[in-house]
Design a protein around this ligand. Structure first.
Ligand SMILES: Cc1cc2nc3c(=O)[nH]c(=O)nc-3n(C[C@H](O)[C@H](O)[C@H](O)COP(=O)(O)OP(=O)(O)OC[C@H]3O[C@@H](n4cnc5c(N)ncnc54)[C@H](O)[C@@H]3O)c2cc1C
Length: 382
């Protein structure tokens, strides 16, 4: 009997983990991965961290999965659910028994600036940024903006950051911690323009709403991503800020799965729908999707963690890290080492482990507890 035909759209971390998950479960089936970038799958997190601290570029490549047909530089343009087939932009037609959409996200763009702005996401973006200019303007003060501003500063560039919030990562960190981090960046020599936005980009300069002109040899955009759901929408799958999946990571079509940045799932632990744009989610969800596609009996219950490095500050986090929630900070050394708890209706929804290591599983256990939680002081060792 011929083996099953597995097709994976997207050549990122989720796609690679899914191919592994399939291969572990089904040794016979054919696996085709179709990715629009010209590279084999690689890890994105080092692009804004380790590669700027001396780690070689070669370290980003992910392990090859045995017997995978990898088609790079091709974008899947059409999904025909009835015929069980996808078509790529070079006319290639790929029939499937089980299909995975691991299409990730597409950077949000400014309405001006065009190619002058590097919307930092890919290995090619990293290579371009490595080549270009001494004076950098980073637009955006969230996850990517804060990481890349620190990396460029460590690299000896003169960096200016501009974003509309009051402080760096203000949507995630409580107000006092965001203020501390913003001051910390300034001490490191980064010019930080809070409460301001770019209004025009021309001739190597970024004009701001407050009337500043920031000279720039290179401009980096970190404005977030939108989930890449076009194929799913056109094919009539259920989409709600992400492709909606069940606990087996199936979409509204049982032969089509989705995982990684693009997938919207229900978290059993947090009792809410969510979409997560982080590495642990890409790797674990990708693998589970592959196993599920290959017929294993699995269920998605994982609470993904994420992490970041900002100069020599670092953190790991789980759950909802959202500064709109009530927060309780348990510092060992204020803003240097401690735990921040995020609460709604008296229950812990998220835990930020600030320069505090080895506590991710304990934080997950805390999120899984039911009922009101009091006396958080000292709850997790700092
Ligand atoms: C610079 C950077 C640093 C990061 N650092 C961290 C970190 O420190 N910690 C952390 O937890 N997370 C981090 N992340 C997030 C993490 O890397 C992502 O969550 C993860 O890469 C998501 O993987 P994915 O495969 O789901 O999506 P993506 O990485 O977006 O990959 C999707 C791929 O599919 C391709 N594609 C899309 N549509 C099609 C189509 N129609 N046909 C063919 N191919 C298609 C895209 O070109 C892309 O290559 C970082 C991300 C970036 C960009």
């Amino acid at each position: 009997m011929a083996g099953k035909r597995y097709v994976i759209v997207g050549g990122g971390m989720t796609a690679n983990a899914a191919a592994q998950g399939i291969r572990e479960t089904d040794r016979q089936g054919t696996i085709t991965v179709i990715g629009s970038e010209s590279h084999a799958p690689y890890a994105r997190p080092p692009l804004s961290k380790a590669l700027w601290k001396g780690q070689p570029e070669d370290s980003v490549w992910l392990p090859k999965v045995e017997g995978v047909q990898l088609l790079t530089g091709r974008r899947v343009a059409k999904l025909d659910r009835k015929a069980h087939r996808v078509t790529d932009d070079q006319g290639g037609s790929h029939p499937y028994d089980k299909l995975l959409l691991a299409t990730g996200g597409t950077p949000k763009l400014l309405p001006f600036g065009g190619d002058a702005v590097i919307y930092f996401r890919t290995l090619d973006d990293y290579r371009r940024l490595r080549r270009d200019g001494k004076r950098a303007v980073v637009i955006g003060g969230g996850f990517i903006g804060s990481e890349i501003a620190a990396a460029l500063s460590v690299d000896g560039r003169k960096v200016s950051m501009i974003f509309p919030e009051d402080g760096i990562c203000a949507r995630a960190f409580p107000k006092d911690l965001a203020a501390f981090v913003t001051g910390y960046y300034r001490e490191k020599g980064v010019e930080v323009l809070t409460g301001d936005v770019p209004t025009a980009i021309s001739g190597g300069s970024v004009r701001t709403k407050s009337g500043r002109d920031l000279a720039a040899d290179v401009i980096v955009g970190g404005l977030g991503i939108a989930p890449e759901t076009r194929l799913a929408e056109e094919a009539g799958l259920t989409v709600r800020d992400g492709i909606v999946v069940d606990a087996q990571l199936r979409t509204s079509d049982p032969d089509i799965f989705a995982a990684g940045d693009v997938a919207r799932f229900r978290s059993e632990v947090l009792e809410t729908e969510m979409r997560v744009e982080h590495e642990d989610n890409a790797n674990t969800m990708g693998k589970l999707a592959g196993q599920s596609m290959a017929g294993a009996s699995v269920a998605w219950r994982h609470v993904p963690m994420f992490y970041s490095d900002l100069f020599d500050l670092g953190y790991e986090a789980v759950g909802e890290i959202d500064s709109r929630l009530e927060t309780f900070a348990d510092w060992k050394i204020p803003f240097r080492e401690g735990v921040v708890y995020y609460l709604r209706d008296g229950r812990v929804r998220g835990v930020l482990l600030w320069n505090t290591w080895g506590q991710v599983d304990n934080a997950r256990a805390l999120l899984a507890e039911r009922g009101p939680q009091r006396d958080l002081k000292g709850r997790l060792p700092r």
